[in-house]
Design a protein around this ligand. Structure first.
Ligand code: NDP
Length: 324
């Protein structure tokens, strides 16, 4: 038996409860992983609240990234073995001491990447990877705007984009977060609680606007994000921490021949080739010191409701992990 944290039904963090669940043997293509660290992400809040549809009627095990040790492998699995340190990102199932999952999602961890760091970057770091390598390919000399710059995804994105020669303007809520963002690659940071970020971006770009906006805030920012773009600019909408944007019309793109995309990480990680290539690049950037991963909040697995409350009330900076 192993401890799992489930959302009993869709709702607030009070729905998160601990249960004991059996730990079956893995099927032919599966592995059993004993978790050492589990990442907390905004997607967990979307599932818990019911914003994202549930694959089960009740008792959904949340959690979409984790690291740990392989404790059992199926007969057809050859790329990992019992005892290996591994990490993965898949939708749900990670808030548990142990779990079974398809071995195709699991990658081995190099020595220079700790379990805690891996649990903080598999979902968030691979998200930055596809955002800047696929959704809008950020090039040296570009200027881009990245919202929630001091968050888990945002603090990785600023460093990665800067290392590529991109000028990254960030937004963050409050002076402390703005200072954190500045230390994570952002050349200019706008406190969007006290300043109009559209006005400020126009000042910072001599009215030209930016090549791309990476927007995970949604309802509160989308219209102004579009207004911050230059002609032919790209808006990458990849989340809705303030709620889903509902006011958009296709004609809004015609004003400057804009592009809009709404990507999801798990469409990228479905390709084993992509997962291997992107995770090895991510681990190399961590090992070389190009990406510094800030794990600022740690909670016991059984205290996950506190972690959700902190994330939802904008109190977190950088990444949050649960320790079983
Ligand atoms: P963060 O650590 O970035 O936390 C979310 C941040 O959003 C908050 O800290 C806050 O920063 C900002 N925010 C703005 N308005 C609100 C609001 N009304 N309520 C709460 N937060 C608000 O989270 P993650 O790093 O886990 O994720 C960042 C975003 O990326 C999320 O929207 C997530 O869904 C998205 N995402 C999307 C993926 C995809 O494939 N599509 C994959 C991974 C993440 P501040 O106070 O500075 O405004």
């Amino acid at each position: 038996m192993a401890l799992q944290i489930v959302a009993a039904q869709a709702g607030g963090s009070e729905q998160l409860i601990a249960i004991d669940a059996p730990t079956p043997n893995p099927g032919a293509n599966e592995v059993r992983v004993e978790h050492t660290a589990i990442g907390v992400n905004f997607i967990d809040v979307y599932f818990r609240s019911g914003l994202y549809p549930w694959p089960v009627d009740q008792n959904l095990v949340l959690g979409s990234e984790a690291a740990g040790r392989v404790v059992a492998v199926g007969d057809s699995v050859s790329h990992v073995a019992v005892g290996d340190r591994v990490a993965y990102t898949v939708p749900n199932g990670a808030y548990a001491e142990e779990r079974i999952l398809d071995a195709a999602h699991v990658v081995r961890l190099p020595d220079g990447v700790s379990d805690e760091i891996a649990a903080a970057v598999m979902l968030k770091g691979l998200t930055v990877s596809y955002l800047i390598n696929d959704s809008y390919i950020a090039k040296p000399g570009d200027t881009v705007l990245f919202h929630a710059a001091a968050g888990g995804v945002g603090s990785l994105a600023g460093q990665w984009l800067k290392s590529r020669g991109v000028r990254v303007i960030g937004t963050a809520g409050g002076a402390e977060k703005c200072e954190v963002a500045r230390k994570h690659g952002y050349s200019e940071v706008i406190d969007y609680l006290s300043q109009d970020f559209e006005v400020r971006v126009k000042e910072l770009t001599q009215n030209e606007g930016v090549d791309a906006v990476y927007d995970s805030v949604g309802a509160a920012t989308m219209a102004k994000s579009l207004a911050c773009l230059k002609t032919f600019g790209t808006l990458v909408c990849f989340g809705q921490s303030s709620g889903a944007a509902t006011e958009f019309k296709i004609a809004d793109l015609a004003v400057k021949s804009l592009r809009l995309t709404r990507p999801i990480l798990f469409h990228f990680t479905a390709s084993r080739e992509w997962l291997e290539q992107a995770s090895s690049e991510l681990f190399e950037l961590i090992q070389s010191g190009t990406l510094e991963v800030s794990v600022n909040q740690r909670f016991a697995l059984s205290d996950v409701a506190q972690a959700h409350d902190a994330l939802e009330s904008r109190k977190t900076i950088g990444s949050t992990v649960l320790l079983p």
